[in-house]
Design a protein around this ligand. Structure first.
Ligand SMILES: [Fe+2]
Length: 237
C-alpha cells in the first residue's frame, strides 16, 4: 500500500489526540487546514515555517508499510546551514510513536541528535557505528545516557524510560521505536512520545539509509482531501 492521504489525515488526528492526552501543547498552526495555509502563501512573515520545514512530517520512507516503517513527527524549530536568515544551530522535533513503528536504520554525516523519552512507554534505541565504508562496522561504542558514559555492544539496544535520553553522534547507525506493550492505549494501539533535540536537521541531504533506499518524502496517493498540510507541502508564492 502506497502512502495514502487518508493515512496521513488519520495519523495527524491521532497525534493531536495523543499529544493533548500527555499535556503537550503545539503551536496554533498545528491544526491549520490547507485553506488557512493558502491564505498566508504570499505572507513573508511565515517564511521560516516553510523554509525550515517546520510542522507535520508523516512518512513511510517509501516502504509501503507505514504501520511498521514510518514516522509521525512535528518539527518545532530548525535552522539552515549557510543561510543567514535562519541561523539557529539547533532543531527540535516531537515524535508521536505508536508501539513498534520506526524509521529504517540510518545515520547522519552532520547531525548530532539527542533522543528523549518524553511520555507514555519506553523508547528502545539501537546503535552501531558506521564504518569508513558507511556500512555497519560491527563495533561496540561508547555513548552518553543522561550524561552517564555507557559501553554498548554492536547493534546494542538501550531502553529509555520516560525522562531518560541519550546522544547519537554523527556517523552512528540508529533506529528507535516505542517498546511493544508499553504506552497509552488509544485507537487500538499503545502510544508514547519522544523528542529529538539536535544540531540543524537537513532531511533532504543528511539521511543515509542502510538496508532500504529510504525515500524521506514519498509520493502521496490523494484518496481523500488533505485535512492538514505537511512540512514539504506549504503553498507559497
Ligand atoms: Fe536520525
Amino acid at each position: 500500500m502506497k502512502l495514502h492521504r487518508s493515512t496521513i489525515n488519520r495519523a495527524i488526528e491521532q497525534a493531536l489526540t495523543v499529544t493533548s492526552h500527555f499535556g503537550i501543547a503545539l503551536p496554533p498552526w498545528a491544526r491549520w487546514t490547507p485553506s488557512q495555509w493558502a491564505e498566508v502563501a504570499l505572507d513573508q512573515a511565515y517564511d521560516e515555517i516553510r523554509d525550515c520545514m517546520l510542522g507535520w512530517d508523516v512518512t513511510d520512507f517509501g516502504s509501503d508499510d507505514f504501520e511498521n516503517l514510518g514516522r509521525v513527527l512535528f518539527t518545532l524549530r530548525n535552522g539552515r546551514h549557510e543561510e543567514a536568515r535562519y541561523p539557529k544551530p539547533y532543531a527540535e522535533k516531537l515524535l508521536i510513536d505508536p508501539e513498534n513503528q520506526r524509521a529504517p536504520a540510518h545515520f547522519h554525516r552532520s547531525k548530532r541528535e539527542d533522543i528523549i523519552g518524553l511520555a507514555g512507554g519506553n523508547i528502545l534505541v539501537q546503535l552501531e557505528p558506521a564504518g569508513d565504508d558507511e556500512k555497519r562496522s560491527g563495533q561496540s561504542m561508547t555513548i552518553k545516557v543522561d550524561g552517564i558514559t555507557r559501553e554498548i555492544p554492536p547493534a546494542g539496544i538501550v531502553r529509555l524510560e520516560p525522562g531518560m535520553s541519550l546522544t547519537i553522534p554523527p556517523r552512528t547507525i540508529h533506529q528507535f521505536w516505542a517498546e511493544e506493550g508499553t504506552g497509552w492505549p488509544h485507537d487500538g494501539k499503545r502510544w508514547s512520545l519522544s523528542r529529538e533535540i539536535s544540531s540543524v536537521c537537513d532531511d533532504r541531504n543528511d539521511n543515509f539509509f542502510i538496508d532500504v533506499p529510504g525515500i524521506r518524502f514519498p509520493e502521496i496517493v490523494e484518496n481523500e482531501p488533505p485535512r492538514f498540510t505537511l512540512c514539504h507541502e506549504y503553498p507559497r508564492q
